[in-house]
Design a protein around this ligand. Structure first.
Ligand SMILES: NC(=O)c1ccc[n+]([C@@H]2O[C@H](COP(=O)([O-])OP(=O)(O)OC[C@H]3O[C@@H](n4cnc5c(N)ncnc54)[C@H](OP(=O)(O)O)[C@@H]3O)[C@@H](O)[C@H]2O)c1
Length: 285
């Protein structure tokens, strides 16, 4: 299988690159860094050239403007990358006959449901990031029928820096990390996402999927368990969601569950505690 990864230098892109290489796939890693095949997803000619040159069979579209507050401050750039860029990728997938796997987010939801969101729940993004990702999803639906839109959330893994790294850095510096007590979501390990994505693309059950580690948890409980597992006894500083001031609004409650994964015959995702344990083992060598 010839696979092309956009944003291959990012957290999920790097994980997919590693897994696809291990499985012996032909992997084309694209992005804006010097060690990658040059492809800025907002540059139509670069996208066309890369697709013509490599003729992928499957495209894992991981490139995105992921800084939620930066998106709020620079909406035009956010829509250019997350909406227009995704539309370009979807169009070229369709043109060369590739399956388009576009990664999206729990931030398409507003967080008012009070039960985990499934694939058929209505969206209502609160932020520019969420809206730009939703419009990217809609572009994929319209432009490339052979697609998987895969919504994930609160990613962490061995590549890149994310919430667990922030907590650990502060705690190891002897500071008490400030963590929101009542923001609930689905922290998700990139290794599990990469594994299930590779199962999913074999199914031909195209459409929209939620792909997160199972069971809802608060940021606070997740951070507490991480520190306890690593034997770090630094207290957390709790902050309430209502007191958290950020440029972009966020859903207070955005856990996701998947109906469609099981229907498609893909292995269920492990729960967040199982995933965190495996991540902790990677951290401790
Ligand atoms: N991180 C999360 O918690 C989370 C949660 C839900 C959904 N997601 C989604 O999951 C996907 C992967 O996220 P991630 O956490 O792996 O993100 P990430 O680590 O921020 O990586 C994103 C990658 O996209 C690249 N990129 C940005 N603009 C680009 C452009 N114009 N052209 C080409 N590449 C560009 C970045 O490269 P540069 O280094 O060149 O900027 C970076 O390598 C994204 O679609 C994101 O929206 C993430």
């Amino acid at each position: 299988m010839r696979v092309l990864i956009t944003g291959a230098g990012g957290m999920l892109g790097a994980e997919l690159r590693e897994l696809c290489t291990t499985l012996g796939y032909e992997v084309v890693t694209t992005g804006r860094k010097a060690d990658l095949v040059p492809m800025d997803i907002t540059h139509p000619e670069q996208v066309r050239t890369a697709f013509d040159q490599y003729r992928p069979e499957v495209v894992f579209h991981c490139a995105a403007m992921t800084n939620v507050d930066a998106c709020e401050r620079q909406p035009q750039l956010a829509y250019r990358v997350n909406s227009f860029g995704t539309e370009l990728i979807a169009s070229h997938c369709h043109r060369v006959g590739a399956i388009c796997v576009a990664i999206s987010t729990d931030y398409v939801f507003d967080g008012t449901k009070q039960a985990p969101y499934h694939e058929y729940d209505p969206v209502n993004p609160l932020s520019v990031y969420g809206r730009s990702k939703w419009l990217g999803e809609e572009g994929v639906r319209a432009l490339c029928p052979r697609h998987y839109i895969v919504r994930t959330a609160w990613l962490y893994g061995k590549h890149g820096k994310s919430f667990p790294h922030f907590v650990l850095e502060r705690a190891r510096a002897g500071e008490s990390p400030t963590v929101i007590v009542d923001q609930i979501g689905s922290p998700t390990y990139t290794a599990d996402v990469a594994d299930r994505l590779l199962q999913l693309v074999q199914t031909d059950c195209f459409g929209t999927y939620h792909l997160t580690n199972r069971l809802p948890v608060s940021r606070y409980e997740f951070a507490e368990r991480l520190l306890a597992r690593l034997g770090i006894s630094v207290p957390l500083t709790p902050l309430r969601f209502s007191e958290w001031r950020t440029p972009a609004p966020r859903p207070p409650y955005s856990p996701m569950t998947s109906w469609r994964l099981e229907w498609a015959g893909v292995d269920p995702m492990p729960d967040w505690m199982d995933a965190l344990e495996r991540f902790a083992r990677v951290l401790t060598g």
